[in-house]
Write a protein that binds this ligand. Sequence first.
Ligand code: OGA
Ligand code: MN
Length: 278
Amino acid sequence: MMNIRVVGDQIGVEVSGVDVKSISDEDFAKIYQAWIDHNVLVVTGQELTIPEFLAYSRRFGIIKPHPSKSTRHPDYPDITLLGVNKFGPDGKLNETIYRRGAEGWHTDGAYEKIPFKATQLYALAIPDRGGDTYFASGYEAYEALPQRLKDQLEGVVGAFTYGTPGLLNPEDEDWKPALHPIIRTHRESGRKSLYFDRLKIVCLQGLEKTVSDDLIADLKERMIQPYGQYVHKWSVGDIVIWDNRCSYHKAAGDYPPEQDRIHWRVSIKDWDAASVPN
Ligand code: OGA
Ligand code: MN
C-alpha cells in the first residue's frame, strides 16, 4: 500500500509501497501534491529500465536534454549520466564528473530562459559511505529575509549564466545569460521563494554594480536556512525529484572516488515550455 511520510520539517517527503511503473492517476495526484508541498520527493525501492524511468518522469512535465552533451547517455539524450566515465584514459580522476553538483548550493537550469521545473535522479550504484545530497528550501530563504530586503528585491531581475566549467562542449560555452526575478512566485503553490544561485548569478539588473555586488554577497549568506534542510542518504533504487523553482541543493562530493556512484538524471520543464527553445 502507498505510504507518504514527511521526512523534513520544511522540505522532503518519502513515498514507499509503490511501483512507479503502474501508479494510478489518483495515486499520482497525491504524490504530485506531496511533491509540491514538500519540494523534494523520494520514492524508494524501484527497479526500472530507462524507458520506464522516462515514462514516469514525463508525468511531472517535459523532459529536455541537458546542455552538457558529453555527459548525455549515448542512446538516450534525455538521460544525463552522473558518475560515469569518472576516470580518464590515463587513469586520472575527472574532477568535473566526480564533483558534479558539489561546487556549492545551487538550483538547476537558472541559465535557461525557462529554468528546469524539476530534476529527477534514479540511483543505480551508491558508495558505501558519503555521496549524500543536501537540500534547502527557497521559501524559507525568502521568509527569513528582513523586510527591507524583501522590499528592495521585489521586482528585481537577476542575470544567470552557465556555472560549471568543463561540462559544456567548447562550441556551446558562449552562453547568453537568462533573466529571472529574484523573488519568484511559484505557479502551483502561490508561495514566494528566493530564486538565487551563487554559482550562476552574474548581476542584478538595473542596479549599480557596487549595489548589485553587495546584495549578491548578502544573499549568498542568506540563501540557506538550517531549519529548512533535508539530507538524502541514497540507496540503490531510490528516485528523488526536486523542485528547482523553490529549493536549492548540492552534492556532498565526499565519497571514495574508487567506488561507483551512478545515477540516471533528467531535467524536466513545465508543460508550457514545449515550444520554447531553452
Ligand atoms: C544535479 C545535482 C546532486 C547529486 O544532478 O543537478 O546537483 O547529489 N546532483 O548528485
Ligand atoms: Mn544540481
